[in-house]
Design a protein around this ligand. Structure first.
Ligand SMILES: [Zn+2]
Length: 278
């Protein structure tokens, strides 16, 4: 069933488990995410980034995901990931996204608060929940995201930000990166604990790919309810396709796409089970 992301994450907060937010780019990535969630009997978030708006028919895509979510046996929500433009947020709200992320992390704190508050007021009027970010993730290898500064989230700023903007869930920067780590990951669980002490809304971890499993478990125990996963799933699909094309003669595209989906599913299942504490 299609649900509001906020309700899904409040349940996760109470139950101390994490929900996977998979970045999707095609029918196959959506099918893989929902299929895995159904197999593991967990909720799942389908996330489309603003950066794909130029190449994706957003209205058509939203209608497709919503129809698939309604039919699913588990809670599914449709989330707009990393939106920098108000126009994208409005567009997502109009075509039925369950939640939107406004990323004002490139702005100074005061400006981020002002912009996020405005977005939150609009989204809430439409019954759509809002994620925001303070601090900024650095960019690792094979990422398709914008370059960030790697600035960690300051707990007192996070507290003020949440109080003044009314956002529903907050992305905290604690040392994870977008993409794969280059060198040893330095994940600051102690900082996350301090953020959790002063912020009572569900917390979000971007940069699930490559993060050590023990750190993920600790992060969930310290208030993380939504974990974004992008790069590892993309890499599984692409590396599978590379071996596929080396070894086979001309194949039909339908077979290739189906195979790509099958290559993504075990990676998604690994994350879903880890986040669910299985
Ligand atoms: Zn992100």
């Amino acid at each position: 069933m299609l649900v509001n992301t906020k309700d899904m994450l409040i349940n996760a907060q109470k139950g101390k488990y994490g929900v996977a937010a998979f970045n999707v780019y095609s029918l196959e990535t959506v099918q893989a995410a929902i299929r895995v969630a159904e197999q593991e009997d967990t909720p799942v978030i389908i996330a489309l980034g603003e950066r794909y708006f130029p190449t994706v028919d957003v209205e058509g895509f939203a209608a497709m995901v919503r129809a698939m979510a309604e039919k699913a046996s588990v809670p599914v929500s449709l989330h707009l990931d990393h939106a920098y433009e108000k126009e994208s947020i409005i567009r997502a709200i109009r075509c039925g996204f369950s939640s939107v992320m406004f990323d004002g992390s490139t702005h100074p704190l005061e400006e981020n608060i002002r912009l996020t508050k405005e977005i939150t007021e609009i989204a809430h009027m439409a019954g759509v929940s809002v994620e925001a970010e303070i601090g900024s993730l650095a960019k690792g290898a094979f990422s398709d995201e914008e370059e960030g500064t790697g600035t960690l989230t300051d707990p007192e700023s996070a507290k003020a930000f949440v109080e003044q903007t009314g956002v529903d869930f907050l992305a905290a920067a604690i040392g994870t990166v977008h993409g794969m780590y280059q060198g040893e990951p330095k994940i600051d669980i102690e900082l996350l604990g301090r953020i959790q002490q002063v912020v009572d809304i569900p917390l979000v971890l971007h940069g699930g790919s490559g993060t050590p499993e023990e750190k993920v478990r600790e992060a969930i125990q310290s208030g993380i309810t939504k974990i974004n996963v992008n790069t590892e799933v993309s890499m599984a699909a692409v590396s599978h396709l590379q071996t596929y094309f080396e070894n086979k003669d001309m194949m039909h595209l339908s077979t290739v796409m189906e195979d790509m989906q099958r290559a993504m599913e075990p990676v998604m299942a690994k994350f879903v089970r880890l986040f669910a504490g299985k």
